[in-house]
Design a protein around this ligand. Sequence first.
Ligand code: GDD
Length: 407
Amino acid sequence: KVVAVIMVGGPTTGTEFRSVSFNTPKPLFPLAGHPMVHHPISACKRIPNLVQVFLIGFYEEREFALYVSSISNELRVPVRYLKEDKPHGSAGALYYFRDLIMEDAPSHVFLLNCDVCCSFPLPDMLSTHRRYGGMGTLLVIKVSAESANSYGALVADPITNELLHYTEKPETFVSDLVNCGVYVFTPGIFGAIQDVSIQREDGANLRQVSCFEALQSATRTLPTDFVRLDQDILSPLAGKKQLYTYETMDFWEQIKSPGMHLKCSGLYLAQFRLTSPHLLTSGDGTKSATIVGDVYVHPSAKIHPTAKIGPDVSISANVRIAAGVRLLNCIIMDDVDIMENAVVMHAIVGWKSSLGKWSRAKGDFDAKLGITILGEAVTVEDEVVVTDSIVLSNKTLIVSVQDEIIL
Ligand code: GDD
């Protein structure tokens, strides 16, 4: 039996993304017409003998309740949300729920970061992991040398693929091979996490001998139950014949900034073309709009036949698109109204927003932000042009703006 755990994290404050107040946990933000977390969950469905998917995070339970029940029905695999009372770190969170995760006595546990976009080659990873015979196998990818330091950088044995060296977000260049945040472990991982907690506890007890030192270290040491998978587990276990790497040649991106949300929505649409083309809109038939490239349209959306849509567009439920509208590289969320001859490109349009006739919402790839974001229930009046700007929820724009954040 196999179980999968997806780390969904929790509410963060002050990030660029949160600031647009999309009133939804980041893992439920739509990419290619489906919540971000839907993509790793449906990849898990392809794992042989999968019995359960757990989402672990510190968002309120009610925020995930509806989604978890609908996805369980859709995939016919139980999906459960487990809420931490506080953040325990990526490995600590796994350990915190060890009894529930091990309830069905699985032989393997997949662990996936929710905020990565890739093809999730999970069945191949599992068979490779079995061949290696280690405690864990990490999905890795080669990235550009300039970007490598933003991730966990690692060195692997070119013949055996053993993880030899691991540094989380190194200050100087280590390697262009990086950790994708997708792992498969044997239950031995729980013992490894426990060891870190015990070492921490011992360290804390020792330090209490000297009062001064205890005070000093209090600011430096982490709580004993806070364990990071990368620094605390992968780094020390590298080179000990316990961890191995599986390199993907497919796409991989980390989804942190709003611009990456848009890019990853496009990557998932392109993947649908290969794996589930029925999810894409073909635009066949005389009464349908002109569709260019990869486009997802929710069945409840109403699109005028003279509109031109694509490539890389996803349109959610109950959206209305009027005559002559042009949409390109954008995410249009539920209940949005786009009126005659409006243009949306390189942009995210939040729930219940509306764009008036001949208006435009566009990002300019050469500009600083490169994307325009309209928050929830934003109204852009007729003929108003919004360029490279973030507009917070419930605003009405009556004049054009460029390179602005409208609070
Ligand atoms: N439930 C829970 N509890 N989830 C957490 C916690 C926690 O306390 N802390 C982090 N996470 C989740 C995040 O939401 C994210 O999905 C994942 O765990 C990893 O988050 P971080 O630990 O903040 O690391 P990161 O995203 O900066 O980098 C990690 O992922 C990269 C790949 O995307 C590292 O493992 C890098 O080495 C790796 O390249």
